[in-house]
Design a protein around this ligand. Structure first.
Ligand code: ADP
Ligand code: ZN
Ligand code: MG
Length: 461
């Protein structure tokens, strides 16, 4: 039996306004090479200035969430390699004094250890023959795990969980497909307890590809060993169309990179106060929220996954819970009608009127409208920002609560359906249902069925 061993190196693009070592903006949609300056273009004679305020804050937040040791003193280093998207000829990273070490993250039934997390700058982006340097110098965190995974399931669970934390902490958009979260997979197989030689698969672009790359590589390596080959450590990439990993290059060694201390940036001290302040303001983390939702609100894991997948869903849910009486009804709405509408219509959920939605939920919970009206009005809020009370009033959709109106309708129905009434009196229960249906219809379905049923029975008896 072969055992698979996997360790991850994950790059996270940080959500900062400014770049790592200059004042350039970081917005994604800027036209090519607009967000550049002599510093991030690496011109000789320029001096980097560490964006401590934004970057360290985010790094420490993550460190606290992953129970990492936080260094009191950090520094930067130069990692040398030559590629056209790296104008300086080296990447500024942390090799000797990373900001975080020895973290961990619990997944279903094991703990994944995180060897270190360090800060580094991103490179530019090649676009055909051109290079866009807007991304050059954007701050990244690189998360390096221990080789603690044994299957793709564990890897994906870890990445989803990590992603939730990043979203909750507002550290990164963490979208694999858009490159704000980039995953390198180190994978080896072995028969005994020794670790096998590993292969690195670079930048796998979706959860599906991660699964397929691991499955493919596992099999490829086992086959090689079975045929008595030695696996040489090297770097591969995953071809989504061919669904296989492909040789890219031989593995760089530490010597190749010629790491040197970045002397242009002084050592940075991290005061305990700075850390404590961040700790005090740390929000509740996804795992804790999950337990709370399950036990207190009776929400399922699948429903929670939906909430946590998009941080806006989560914040909408939280805001609605504060203003309504029943969280269960809120989750029904979000995972049901809400998703359904979003699938069909282009709706800006950043600017939803939470008060309107909450009021509507409460009106429904008070049984003042039918489920149909509830859905229709909800749509009107999302699509046209309608005030629910006004909309329901204007369209005369409130349920009839005047008993006299209900009684009058029942009288007419009984008059019109003498046979059904006799049948019921002779013991046919179905006829009662028929009479109830006829009355509800007469009332344009604007009355509460239970109330009508009770009055109906009263009158007949
Ligand atoms: P290097 O210094 O060569 O970059 P690291 O110790 O930093 O090696 O490990 C890089 C990544 O490779 C980590 O995610 C680690 O968990 C993983 N890794 C190390 N050894 C193995 C192995 N034998 N099989 C699978 N993954 C491994
Ligand atoms: Zn710049
Ligand atoms: Mg390494």
């Amino acid at each position: 039996m072969y055992k698979t061993t996997i360790g991850l190196e994950i790059h996270i693009e940080l959500k900062t306004l400014k770049k790592l070592f200059c004042n350039c903006k970081t917005n994604f949609n800027a036209s090519s090479n607009l967000n550049t300056c002599p510093i991030c273009l690496g011109m000789a004679g320029t001096l980097p200035k560490f964006n401590k305020k934004e970057v360290l804050h985010l790094a420490i937040k993550l460190g606290l969430a992953l129970s990492s040791d936080i260094s009191n003193i950090i520094s930067f280093d130069r990692k040398h390699y030559f590629y056209k998207d790296l104008p300086k000829g080296f990447q500024t990273t942390q090799f000797f004094n990373p900001v975080l070490r020895n973290g961990n993250l619990q997944i279903e039934n094991k703990i994944i250890n995180i060897k270190e997390i360090h800060i580094e700058e991103d490179a530019g982006k090649t676009k055909g023959d051109n290079i866009d340097f807007n991304r050059c110098g954007i701050p990244l965190l690189e998360i390096v795990t221990e080789p603690d995974f044994t299957s793709y399931e564990e890897v994906i669970e870890f990445l989803k969980s990590l992603r939730e934390i990043l979203l909750f902490l507002d550290i990164s958009d963490a979208k694999i497909e858009e490159g704000s979260m980039r995953v390198d997979i180190n994978i080896s197989v072995s028969k005994d307890n020794l670790l096998g030689n590993r292969v690195e698969i670079k930048n796998v672009g979706s959860f599906k590809s991660i699964k397929n790359a691991i499955l493919y590589e596992q099999e490829r390596q086992i086959k090689l060993l079975e045929e008595n080959n030695i696996i040489l450590e090297h770097t591969r990439c995953f071809d989504e169309n061919k669904n296989k990993t492909i040789f890219m290059r031989n593995k760089e060694t530490i010597k190749d990179y010629k790491y040197l201390k970045e002397v242009d940036i002084k050592e940075i001290y991290i005061e305990d106060d700075f850390i404590e302040n961040i700790r005090k303001n740390l929000p509740i983390l996804p795992n804790e929220k999950r337990v709370f939702y399950k036990t207190k609100y009776n929400i399922s894991d699948d429903e929670i996954d939906i909430l946590f997948e998009n941080i806006l869903f989560y914040s909408i849910f939280e805001a609605l819970c504060v203003k309504t009486k029943n969280p269960r009804e809120v989750i029904n709405l979000i995972c049901g009608e809400f998703l359904k509408i979003l699938n069909k219509e282009n709706i800006d959920i950043k600017n939803l009127n939470i008060t309107y939605i909450a009021n509507l939920i409460n009106i429904f919970l008070d049984e003042k409208i039918t489920r149909d009206t509830y859905k229709k009005t909800f749509y009107e809020i999302l699509k046209n920002n309608q005030n629910p009370e006004e909309y329901i009033e204007k369209n005369d959709l409130y349920l009839i609560d005047d008993e006299n109106i209900i009684k009058d309708a029942i009288d007419i129905v009984l008059e019109e359906n003498k046979k059904a009434l006799d049948d019921y009196k002779n013991g046919n229960l179905k006829s009662l249902k028929f009479l109830l249906g006829a009355t509800l219809k007469k009332l344009d379905y604007r009355a509460n069925a239970n109330i009508v049923n009770n009055i109906l029975i009263d009158i007949i008896n």
